[in-house]
Design a protein around this ligand. Structure first.
Ligand code: C2E
Ligand code: CA
Ligand code: CA
Length: 425
């Protein structure tokens, strides 16, 4: 893949030199700029054909940022070179901050002819990131080429493809290409659908562009999870509003939504409150599934926000319990209402004795702790009977239904309700 580079510098002579170095096949403007070029890069003509890049240039910080913001949606940049002083507009620091604001992992080289700041001072101002380098002017052709080569080579194929997925995902979010599916949650005592888990989808014409396990991870690492999450939460609230007339089990939410610990900041409480106010649904109709990712209990900010969400009245579920970096302390230090046993356990049944023993022990423990016990990954009637006998309250899995479209889910919910009503009568 051809490296993609952006150079932002108010000195058009320097930009011209970038062109000569990085796009040797193109003719850069020549003439009176040769002197500056000589001073900065020495023999520009030494550029090798192999140094070809897709180069974008801008002479002001703000203009450079706009170009960056537009082009990154088409394809991510490998390196951005930013001049330190670019009067009359934004200086290098402001430009870098704006770029990192929208693309936190962007590799940036600050080109400085002045010694206003030491490297340590700049690190203190900009934060400690491996994606930052200072290049003192005048610099040599080889320095520019080496930086680009090493950045491109240090990135594994995986990183590059993640970067491209992140750029595509950003467009998908902005253009409204994401959608949601709903998977029924079944009351093990009555067999009725009590609610649904909202699951995000990225598809075109019903064909997945990527699976949630892939794109959620990319969204988390590339700063997109809040925007994605805001969309899914609003879909969940809209669904809860539709189901509201059939809400019977007020101890359990009608619709749950996945929220990764990275989404947990004070804005999520405001978002949830404003959505429930706007749709008019009771707060308890929404459940927030917090992914089990290590020691949430020791992250006081995380716990504080979970408490705020719960204090506002929302139902809190601990998701994927028992896998990854599970921590038993989460069970008593964080105020979860429901605990969801990861599907790994149930899928081991009936053959795996340890899975059965663990599920049984956790079922008992959760009942004693007064938590609602939910088990996911139920695929057979035998598994259902086993988890019911272990004391689980709610089940989810392909045995009942795969994730389905909203309208089908709504019809099913009210069908089930009618059936359980007639059973009760
Ligand atoms: P999860 O929260 O554990 O969601 C349940 C996943 O298990 C779903 O996969 C569902 O399709 C699958 N599943 C349900 N029942 C069964 C079963 O009986 N057998 C098997 N083999 N699988 C079953 P999906 O939709 O691919 O989602 C994968 C993960 O992506 C989710 O795992 C969740 O961690 C994440 N995710 C999905 N949507 C969102 C979202 O909107 N926000 C966040 N933060 N994460 C999401
Ligand atoms: Ca979940
Ligand atoms: Ca899970």
């Amino acid at each position: 893949m051809i490296p993609r580079v952006l150079a932002i510098d108010d000195n058009s002579g320097i930009l011209n030199d970038f062109r000569k170095i990085l796009m040797p096949s193109c003719n850069a403007d020549s003439g009176d700029l040769e002197d500056i070029e000589g001073a900065l890069f020495g023999s520009v003509t030494a550029a090798q054909p192999s140094s070809h890049c897709d180069l974008f240039t801008a002479t002001q910080g703000e203009q450079g940022f706009e170009l960056f913001n537009k082009e990154r949606l088409i394809q991510a940049f490998d390196v951005v070179f930013v001049d330190m002083r670019m009067p009359p507009g934004w200086d290098g620091l402001r430009t870098i901050r704006e770029i990192w604001n929208v693309e936190p992992n962007q590799f940036i080289v600050l080109c400085s002819a002045y010694s206003d700041y030491s490297f340590a001072e700049l690190r203190a101002v900009l934060g400690n990131t491996p994606n930052f380098l200072i290049l003192n002017k005048p610099f040599a052709v080889d320095e520019v080429l080496q930086i680009i080569t090493s950045v491109v080579e240090r990135e594994s194929d995986q990183t590059r493809s993640d970067k491209h997925m992140a750029a595509d995902l950003r467009v998908a979010i902005e253009d409204g290409q994401l959608s949601t599916m709903f998977q029924p949650l079944i009351d093990l005592a009555t067999g009725a659908t009590v609610g649904f888990e909202t699951l995000c989808r990225w598809e075109i014409c019903n064909k997945p562009i990527a699976y949630p396990d892939q794109f959620i991870d990319v969204a988390e690492r590339y700063g997109l999870i809040r925007e994605l999450g805001a969309f899914v939460i609003s879909e969940a609230a809209a669904m809860a509003k539709e189901l509201l007339p059939g809400w019977q089990n007020k101890n359990f939410p009608l619709v749950t939504v996945n929220v990764s610990p990275k989404q947990l900041d004070s804005s999520i409480v405001d978002l949830l409150n404003s959505l429930t106010a706007k749709t008019g649904i009771p707060v308890g109709a929404l459940g927030i599934e917090i992914t089990e990712s290590g020691d949430i209990a020791s992250d006081s900010m995380c716990v504080g926000i979970i408490r705020d969400i719960q204090a506002a009245g929302f139902h809190i579920l601990l998701d994927d319990f028992g896998t990854g970096h599970s921590c038993l302390a989460n069970l008593y230090k964080v105020p979860f209402d429901t605990v969801k046993l990861d599907r790994e356990f149930c899928m081991g049944l009936p053959q795996c004795e340890s899975a059965a023993l663990l599920l049984q022990a956790f079922g008992k423990l959760l009942t004693q702790l007064g938590k609602t016990a939910l088990v996911e990954g139920v695929e057979t009637s035998e598994q259902e009977s086993m988890v019911r006998s272990y004391g689980y309250n709610i089940a989810q899995g392909f045995y009942y239904s795969r994730p389905i479209r909203r309208q089908i889910a709504i019809e099913r919910f009210f069908d089930d309700k009618n059936r359980s009503d007639s059973r009760a009568a």
